[in-house]
Design a protein around this ligand. Structure first.
Ligand SMILES: [Zn+2]
Length: 102
């Protein structure tokens, strides 16, 4: 999976299409990501022994990583991710369009 925590992404489809946000959690095993403000739902919580407050809270549910695109920090536009090797031989993520390291 090419999306990581801390990435700024744009949603490509669904009800949050066009919305931008930061990845707060990456779930590589599921191929999903949690993006700030995306797929936000209301959850009704009751009081438990550990949680004293009941009420309605906002919660962001995971979305498929294939439905979001990384925003290049240099160009500020959605892009694809490719990989290359740095001079010291380490693998790095780069913007598929401008080659900026991510
Ligand atoms: Zn770029």
């Amino acid at each position: 999976m090419k999306i990581r925590r801390g990435d700024n992404v744009i949603v490509l489809s669904g009800k949050d299409k066009g919305r931008r946000g930061e990845v707060v959690r990456a779930l590589p095993k599921e191929g999903r990501v949690v993006v700030e403000g995306v797929n936000r739902v209301k959850r009704h919580q009751r009081t438990t022994q550990v949680r004293q407050r009941a009420g309605i809270i906002d919660k962001d549910l995971p979305v498929a990583a294939s439905k979001v695109a990384l925003i290049c920090p240099k160009e500020h536009t959605p892009t694809r991710v490719s990989y290359s090797f740095a001079e010291d031989g380490t693998k790095q993520r780069v913007c598929a369009r401008c080659g900026e390291a991510l």
